[in-house]
Write a protein that binds this ligand. Structure first.
Ligand SMILES: [Mg+2]
Length: 403
């Protein structure tokens, strides 16, 4: 089945509140959506979250990357006869990295959006759910489950407000909670004290510093916070300072998870060689999609490292659904983050509610492709730019910038 048309959208997803962490603050989230239409009218959607401070991606660049000739040739050549051959071909999608991009991660949001849209479209056409991709690409990791449990996340709350959040998370039955630390002006020792007291001893606590601490500062900060019982410390130092982490792991004996430093296979291989972490944080968008994230999980497992599923703030139901398929099919995920839809978004791209329920539990999606119905009207309502990147109308590029 041929591809008839591919369209890229820049959408602004409005958040219910301003979300802050050590490296960013946002009240809306700009994402790239891709819509793939097959010759028979079957439509698939994908999403990516360009983050300049993670992979160097800008939304502007994402559109440019999707217009490349090598991709056009690839899209024109896709004529799979079965879902397995579609997945195998999509796994080999050409993606050229700039000569100065030694980490090979720039443009991963755009790659993720296109990859998911292709997998969704062919999944629907061949009546296969997205999670089957795990069975095809990483059979040794394939472990389908009917439900999955997500983590609670705390961003910048402090004082009595944090106490309330901790009690709410406890009442909601979360097994584990991640808290953002290293935010300027916040007393993390006091915040962890409140959390441990009001969440209880049985809740697993882990922290994410989003690169906030320097290589000299990290020792003192972790020595102060370690007594609160941390299951993991995510990206405590900037990527450039990651070499210190081998020593930190050995001396403080606290599990280190890489996030901003883990955006590609090159990053993963370096992290293993440098012994800089115990865990990978796999976020589909920054890793370049479902298949590259699977490859990183394979790499981690091969070298005895742990891995979790992460997410980007403000992901629409498209990335939430893709994450759900990943979470419900990949063995050995230490924790899962995502599906915060109704807690964070004022509007979404579907009427389906993907938000997890009590205890962080959420069911597997079993329908073909992503398994959710996207509303074209809802996508249109959030679109600030639309561009045909492949197909009969590919010359018609236009902006629909609006306030
Ligand atoms: Mg992180």
């Amino acid at each position: 089945m041929n591809i008839y048309r591919v369209t890229a959208y820049l959408v602004r997803l409005p958040l219910k509140r301003t979300v802050r962490h050590a490296s960013f603050e946002r009240s809306q989230s700009e994402h790239v959506l891709v819509r793939v239409e097959l010759d028979d009218g079957t439509v698939g959607y994908g999403e990516g979250a360009p983050r300049e401070y993670v992979t160097g991606d800008s939304t502007e660049e994402a559109f440019g990357l999707l217009r490349r000739k090598s991709l056009h040739q690839f899209l024109a050549s896709l004529r799979p006869a079965r879902f397995e051959t579609a997945v195998a071909a999509i796994a080999e999608m050409p993606w050229e990295y700039a000569p100065d991009d030694a980490r090979q991660c720039r443009g991963h949001a755009a790659r993720c959006a296109l990859e998911l849209a292709l997998l969704d479209a062919y999944g629907r056409f061949f009546r296969q759910p997205l999670y089957r991709v795990t069975a095809i690409i990483a059979p040794e990791l394939y472990q389908p489950r009917s439900e999955v449990r997500y983590s609670g996340v705390i961003t910048d709350a402090e004082g009595w407000k944090l106490q309330g959040v901790a009690l709410a998370l406890r009442a909601y039955g979360f097994r584990d909670v991640k808290v953002k630390v290293g935010i300027v002006g916040k007393d993390d020792v006091e915040r962890l004290r409140i959390l441990r007291r009001w969440c209880g001893e049985q809740v697993e606590l882990r922290i994410d510093a989003n690169e906030a601490w320097s290589a000299t500062e990290v020792w003192e900060r972790l020595a102060q916070l370690r007594p609160f019982g941390l299951s993991a410390v995510e990206q405590p130092v900037p990527h450039e300072d990651r070499m210190i982490l081998k020593q930190v792991r050995q001396e403080l004996r606290v599990p280190i998870m890489l996030d901003e430093s883990l955006c590609s296979l090159v990053d993963g291989q370096r992290a293993i060689a440098e012994e800089s972490c115990d865990l990978f944080n796999l976020r589909l968008s920054k890793c370049g999609g479902f298949i590259p994230a699977l490859r990183l999980a394979q790499l981690a497992r091969k070298h005895g490292l742990g891995y979790q599923l992460g997410c980007h703030v403000g992901e629409s139901a498209i990335l939430s659904a893709a994450g759900r398929h990943f979470a419900c099919s990949v063995a050995g995920l230490r924790w899962c983050e995502g599906s915060y839809d109704r807690f964070l978004l004022r509007e979404n791209v579907t009427r389906a509610n993907l938000t997890f329920g009590w205890g962080g539990w959420a069911p597997a999606l079993t329908g073909a492709g992503l398994g959710i119905k996207i509303s074209p009207e809802a996508v249109q309502g959030m679109t600030v730019r639309r561009e045909e990147i492949f197909g009969i109308t590919e010359s018609a590029a236009f902006d629909v910038e609006r306030q």
